[in-house]
Design a protein around this ligand. Sequence first.
Ligand SMILES: Cc1ncc(COP(=O)(O)O)c(C=O)c1O
Length: 404
Amino acid sequence: MSESIKCIQNKEARQKNNKVSVRDFNLEETKKTKYFHESFDVYSQTPLVRLKNLSNQLGVSEILVKDESYRFGLNAFKVLGGSYAIGNLLAQKLDLSIEDVNFEMLLSKEVKEKLGEVTFVTATDGNHGKGVAWTANQLGQKSIVYMPKGSSQHRLNRIKAEGAEASITDMNYDDAVRLATKNAQKYGWEVIQDTAWEGYEDVPKWIMQGYSTLMLESVEQMHVMKLDKPTHVFVQAGVGSLAGAVQGFLTAYYGDDRPITVVVEPNKADCIYRSAKNKKRTFVTGDMDTIMAGLACGEPNTIGWEILSDYADAFISCPEYVSANGMRVLGNPLNEDDKVVSGESGSVTAGIVYSLLKDEKLKDLKEQLEIDETSKILVINTEGDTDPEHYRKIVWDGLYPSEM
Ligand SMILES: Cc1ncc(COP(=O)(O)O)c(C=O)c1O
């Protein structure tokens, strides 16, 4: 038996005083972000999948999956952040604002001449590095990517295929970030890191804003599909940049009427959950050897944590089988429901929803989170099968069996 599912509720999330500003994620800012992304040739919105049969089977009104496995052909949402940060950084170098730049002009001869050669560096489990490498490559610039120890060879090869100089280090994620920063100072590279710390907040803020495109698309899609706003949003966290962006957007967009938000992490790297428990930013150290490689981060993003500690309603820490169940449920749809291919970090939100709706031991928690037959639940599938061999071991061979 692995560790159990644990939850901390944030009763203060609905208080109306002492709140941080979520202006960076308001509609005006988010529209700018989406507009920039739309300028890429490969842009199209990712599907919002309505799992009608699954919601009937599990006894809720809706289960919607924002399927980021389709993002830019890169199998994960992460490129939204890296590309927007690079766009902003280059705009700044050109003395322009982000509204004045787009993909085509960043590729133009005059702009390339003005910018010269720029090298971007980052540390990543894979998905973020792929996004940075892809963007640099598209814009004719260079990228260096450091991956933590234990990273998948397949993911390394995919990053190299995007033109990056990439390697797997013998460090954990947080130490690989420190290496990227140190070498950037030494060689004059630009750090495009998907987490913030004191003194390094511009790039991570842009990265978080980049993620908000997926939320603006989701609300637009719900509108077109004539669906009501969700009652619950489940979002996974590594350092909490994505979760902070999702929460920032929901807070700015819906105000006090926003959905109940639940942040989900693996037991082995639950820094946001522990921060919520201790009511202060708390680190997890060591190897954090979870199958949810994208969530294997031990140091919360300062900006993300500020937003989440103020506004997120609940924080869940869960064992590996929850993510494996999510992969199996989404990969084996009921009747005419669409199939969603979801990797280990992508599936944990669907997995926890499945547990909450199915596992009798979680009945009280389900009630505390106000989930009932009227609930309309949105989960974000943040990645597809980014490690295809491991995907098959879980979905075909039943690795990490259910413990419900
Ligand atoms: C697939 C996937 N999902 C979720 C996350 C978590 O994002 P964050 O680190 O911003 O919390 C990551 C981060 O790399 C990821 O790769």
